[in-house]
Design a protein around this ligand. Sequence first.
Ligand SMILES: *[C@@H]1O[C@H](CO)[C@@H](O)[C@H](O)[C@H]1NC(C)=O
Ligand SMILES: *[C@@H]1O[C@H](CO)[C@@H](O)[C@H](O)[C@H]1NC(C)=O
Ligand SMILES: *[C@@H]1O[C@H](CO)[C@@H](O)[C@H](O)[C@H]1NC(C)=O
Ligand SMILES: *[C@@H]1O[C@H](CO)[C@@H](O)[C@H](O)[C@H]1NC(C)=O
Ligand SMILES: *[C@@H]1O[C@H](CO)[C@@H](O)[C@H](O)[C@H]1NC(C)=O
Ligand SMILES: *[C@@H]1O[C@H](CO)[C@@H](O)[C@H](O)[C@H]1NC(C)=O
Ligand SMILES: *[C@@H]1O[C@H](CO)[C@@H](O)[C@H](O)[C@H]1NC(C)=O
Ligand SMILES: *[C@@H]1O[C@H](CO)[C@@H](O)[C@H](O)[C@H]1NC(C)=O
Length: 388
Amino acid sequence: MRFLFLASLIGLVSPICAQDDEEPPAQPTPTPAPGPIIIDTFANVTVYQPDDVNAQVTYARTENMPNNTILSVWTDVKANNTISIYQSKDNGFSWYAFGTVTSDVAGRRLVQPHLLYVNGTFGEYEGGTVLLAVNAIDDRSTNIELYASGDSGESFEFVSRIVSGGPPNTTNGATPVWEPFLLVQNNKLTVYYSDQLDTKYAQKLSHRTTTDDFDNWATALDDVTSQFYSDRPGTATVAKLPNGKYILTFELGLFNNLTNKYTYPVYYKIASSPEAFANERTRKLTVDTGGQPSGSPFVTWSPLGGANGTIIMSASNSNSVFVNQALGEGAWREVKTPAGRAYSREVRIPDNDTTKLRFAGGAESGKDTPSQILVTIMDLEKALKAFG
Ligand SMILES: *[C@@H]1O[C@H](CO)[C@@H](O)[C@H](O)[C@H]1NC(C)=O
Ligand SMILES: *[C@@H]1O[C@H](CO)[C@@H](O)[C@H](O)[C@H]1NC(C)=O
Ligand SMILES: *[C@@H]1O[C@H](CO)[C@@H](O)[C@H](O)[C@H]1NC(C)=O
Ligand SMILES: *[C@@H]1O[C@H](CO)[C@@H](O)[C@H](O)[C@H]1NC(C)=O
Ligand SMILES: *[C@@H]1O[C@H](CO)[C@@H](O)[C@H](O)[C@H]1NC(C)=O
Ligand SMILES: *[C@@H]1O[C@H](CO)[C@@H](O)[C@H](O)[C@H]1NC(C)=O
Ligand SMILES: *[C@@H]1O[C@H](CO)[C@@H](O)[C@H](O)[C@H]1NC(C)=O
Ligand SMILES: *[C@@H]1O[C@H](CO)[C@@H](O)[C@H](O)[C@H]1NC(C)=O
């Protein structure tokens, strides 16, 4: 977690006034699809735009559901103890309010959400469950919490408080927790989070797992720590690769003692188990053209691009995505996209058409202008073919 985004979460940053003459983003009408598994491309469809121009929306997350449905959720700076779930039944082209999640503890705001659909049975939960991990914050604490829905995301119940920390405060030496990310594999649920509880590190990445239910969490284990106290690894996301390994991408907050500021280049690790990143080496994500992606990366994997498929990483400072077709070895290549950059922009592969890439994002990193949650579908196959 970085100071700027904390400031907006707790209302320290005063927003800039709206401009009345701004054109709404273009929403091209999709052409009819030639077959059921080809989905249309489009750019900048609005999922949600707050009435209040001062209400910053950011940190969008989506989830692929059965029956060609997608859910979406985001951080709304002005929402109090409830956040909204929106639904799309046309591959993300149109959206409507569907569900709500209310904090288990009155007065806590639910921010930094992550959705995960668990198919089948998990513990006492049967027939498919939508999980929502959030950071529930007030001025005394931060809490990584799990909520569950048995009705496809319409209503949620509180399930578990996975880890609690001190007040939301990004200063080194404070003790909050941030930015949960959920992964399910082999009947095991893992939550990764940014962790300021350990006095040895300004911040580190940790995870906890549960196997027999959604609320029986094993002891927290490290994923990323640094030998330098002031380093701040944050914003973990994880994707499974076709060789059975897992990639963890993160921003690595590095303190520059000349400028007195942090920079947030993207780094990653690769491990054979999603719980065994701790001892793997930390690799800097380098791009063949020399650019340096930075800030709140999000990683996913597509089966396109040969036996290794393609690892796709989005970072906050670029409209482009960065791809790797060698299972994370070597340099990454930049691919231009029609989507705008956004703080913690999500990239996902649609369930029914793996030739496409879906983006979801809200406010841009470092910007505090009126914002909306936008979804874009791009033709990934075409973009990758352009490489030859
Ligand atoms: C789309 O994918 C979902 C989830 O995998 C599946 O339930 C559904 O049947 C698929 N729809 C089509 C038209 O292929
Ligand atoms: C999917 O659609 C079928 C048929 O309408 C329905 O029986 C089933 O409950 C739906 N599944 C979900 C998870 O909504
Ligand atoms: C949130 O709480 C504040 C202060 O109590 C109130 O003014 C505001 O209307 C509430 N916002 C919403 C969206 O309910
Ligand atoms: C989901 O679970 C059902 C029943 O447990 C199974 O038939 C189906 O194949 C699973 N779908 C996926 C996409 O794994
Ligand atoms: C944030 O944490 C630092 C380090 O513990 C502390 O010195 C500071 O007072 C805290 N800020 C607030 C607003 O509580
Ligand atoms: C500033 O950072 C450099 C490189 O990490 C380090 O060698 C140096 O000791 C630092 N200086 C101070 C005053 O901390
Ligand atoms: C797949 O990845 C491996 C391991 O990095 C690499 O040696 C190989 O060249 C890649 N294959 C292709 C087709 O890019
Ligand atoms: C989508 O919106 C972003 C700004 O958020 C803009 O940079 C981009 O050009 C737009 N894409 C299209 C295709 O209009």
